[in-house]
Design a binder for this molecule. Structure first.
Ligand code: BJW
Length: 247
């Protein structure tokens, strides 16, 4: 297996997806036994789906909360913590995962691009209430209400058709600009993601455009596999701990 040299010249941007949490027992979205195998995506992961049937959406996310609360980080998460400790500010982790497992493992420089399963916010755009921590598993048939405005509360998740938080995108952009202009080696590594959802799936092209080196670690070929220069097929919990050579 190839190794990825992580030395004092290296800047590393990591993108993770559902596959990185699979070995912790969190289901992925697409494919066999995926969360969306028998779940119409647009009904549970879009603002239109929430407007039409908020009960269904809360049932889906409450079940996910219950499932994710009992899981633990795996050796893939731990490897990324070790890489971050080694590289310091020359490391950034952008995750599409909403399960919070990277932070629970000890990662600190994390951007949760698609939100957090354990946060809730008001669905009324005019309400000033900020997103808040919420581990509640709401009983089926319940939609929680906002104590400030009486509107419906919703999961703090980025659904299809919704914009990602500009501050999150800016943080990734800033890191990439600093890495590309550092005079060092800019590396992008994606792990456990099907490369089907944008803007995350386009990050590989942006990094290549900036002269960076690109790596993919995935169990199956991803939709954007051919855009990576280095590819390692396998489980991230097995590959990542062996891949990095910290010098
Ligand atoms: C293992 C493993 C193991 C298994 N080890 N690997 C440009 C072109 C076309 C369309 C668009 C575009 N830009 C925007 C869009 C629209 C849309 C989009 O991308 N559509 C596509 C379907 C084409 N994007 C958006 O709407 C985004 N918003 C946006 O861009 O706003 C501006 C805009 C809007 C509209 C038009 C244009 C611009 C928002 C996207 C939000 C996505 N949110 C979701 C759901 C909510 C989260 C939740 O409920 O938890 O986030 S979608 C879902 O997919 C979830 C995930 O984060 C995301 C990515 O999935 P991921 O992580 O890749 O998981 P899987 O299951 O797909 O793959 C797992 C992989 O792991 C597999 O490959 C396995 O092989 C592998 N694996 N075990 C390593 N052990």
């Amino acid at each position: 297996m190839e190794t990825l040299l992580l030395d004092s010249n290296t800047w590393l941007l990591v993108l993770t997806g559902a596959g990185v949490s699979a070995e912790s027992g969190v289901p992925t979205f697409r494919g066999m036994n995926g969360l969306w195998e028998d779940q119409p995506v647009e009904q549970v992961a879009s603002p239109e789906g929430f407007a039409k049937d908020p009960l269904r959406v809360w049932r889906f996310y409450s079940q996910r909360r219950a499932g994710a609360a009992g899981v633990s980080p795996n050796p893939g998460h731990d490897a990324l913590v070790a890489w971050e400790r080694h590289l310091g500010d020359r490391f950034l982790l952008a995750t599409q995962n909403v399960d919070g497992l990277h932070s629970r493992a000890g990662s600190q420089r994390v951007v949760e691009m698609h939100g957090n399963l354990f946060k809730t916010r008001c669905s009324n755009d005019e309400c000033k209430r900020a997103p808040f921590d919420d581990t509640t598993v709401y009983p089926a048939g319940t939609v929680p209400g906002c104590k400030d405005c009486g509107g419906l509360l919703r999961p703090h998740i980025v659904w299809f058709g919704e914009y990602l938080d500009p501050a999150d995108l800016e943080r990734i952009q800033d890191f990439s600009l600093r890495a590309a202009s550092s005079g060092g080696r800019f590396v992008f590594l994606a792990a456990g993601t099907s490369g089907a959802v944008y803007p995350a799936a386009g990050m590989v092209d942006q990094v290549r455009g900036a002269g960076g080196e690109t790596w993919l670690v995935n169990l199956d070929p991803a939709e954007n596999s051919r855009r990576f220069q280095h590819s390692v097929q396998g489980k991230s919990g097995e590959v990542l701990p062996k891949l990095g050579r910290l010098v």
